[in-house]
Design a protein around this ligand. Sequence first.
Ligand SMILES: [Zn+2]
Ligand SMILES: [Zn+2]
Length: 475
Amino acid sequence: MAGTETILLYNFENSPKLRGLKIIFLKMGIRVRMVTPDMYLQTIGALAHIKGFEMTDQVYEGEAFSDEMMVMSGFSNARLDELLRQMRKNKIPRIHLKAIVTSHNASWTSLMLHGELNKEHEMMTRGPVMDAVVYKKEGEFALEQRKIPTIIHPLDAIVKVTLASICTSDLHIKHGAVPKAVPGIVVGHEMVGQIVQLGSGVKGLSVGDRVAVNVETFCGECYFCQKGFVNNCTDANGGWALGCRIDGGQAEYVRVPFAQNGLTKIPDPVTDEQAIFTGDLLSTGYWSAKISEIHKNDVVVVIGAGPTGICSMLCAGLYEPSQIIAIDRDESRLALVRDNQIAHVTINPSVSDPEQILREITDGRGADVVIEAAGGSDTFQMAWKIARPNAVVTVVALYEEDQVLPLPQMYGKNLTFKTGGVDACDCARILELIKEGKLDTTCLITHRFPLKDAMKAYELFENKEDHVMKVVLKP
Ligand SMILES: [Zn+2]
Ligand SMILES: [Zn+2]
């Protein structure tokens, strides 16, 4: 499928020859825009520099160059053939199509239509390639030049990435620990950007919208999507596909399938850095707090003060618990939690016993809710032990090994366990909360790199240098 088919026309109304085309365009549902001579020349001039741009003077061969010209964008070859067939059938006189912009150039043309030519000029003169972080093979990522993605399905959008994050899951891919990850793909599944091109079937979004990209792509129509369990969407592109099974967003551009489900408009006052974690980390934190059945004045413990744990604490705070208690072995992480007043109490289990402190805080009962976001060798056992009878224990951590559920030991404690991966479908609500100042994750961004230096950024993140929490990449 091609993108939105558009024809730019110059000197159209004055040409009896071209006027006959109008009916054909209407019949074929092609969008027509009139342009001023200046804009026309600007468009042609800019396109002429693009490597790979198909400039064709003799498409419908015959006559000499004239002032009656068109620029076409978003057309597949098949549609172009259909158009030419219609012209022959209707005996439209032969004309020159001065320039044919095939689908891979359509995003640029869309931008031109929106008067954003200059911003894109640098990219255009470089040709239709971009920088991207690529999963080469187990143990190897590389910064490479890739073709700029194009619309391949009517529900796609192309997003110009303005900020992308590096996630621990990216390291799991690098280390071969994500069996579904496909070597050769562009990685990155948490980013924000601006829509530059939309498939013809996408509703509720426009070119130029600033958007947060959802980690999960989902169809919105299958059994699981209908129930809000989008993580288990049964579509081939459903679930975590971006930056795992299909090209992701540690790049200058990303193609997002099911765009109207996977993209959420960022409210105006919210900055890229405020919005960056909406689609993955904050979705996970929001989901973990939502399913944990937190009541007002509960004591909520979050094990793990990494990015996921901190987002869980922030979202747990929305339910007005009496106390949020953070547990982690890393003092610098606990310090970050204290400095930003994210939890009321911090416990380092290397220094003091969480079970004992919890008993003291809760009159011997234990925590009302425990969210386990650490995934350490002993943290699952800690989670159920510090929970009070009838508590909810939510496991969002990803373990490297099987865990033991010692049912005889916990008999009579009547715990409820919840597990799994995020159903990331609350992005609009999350962005509202960010806008209202109720969620602020900017303290998680400890390091910023240009996309060009992505390999340096990975080195720092992977080696946990300089107390790194989150790294963002700016294309
Ligand atoms: Zn992630
Ligand atoms: Zn689905």
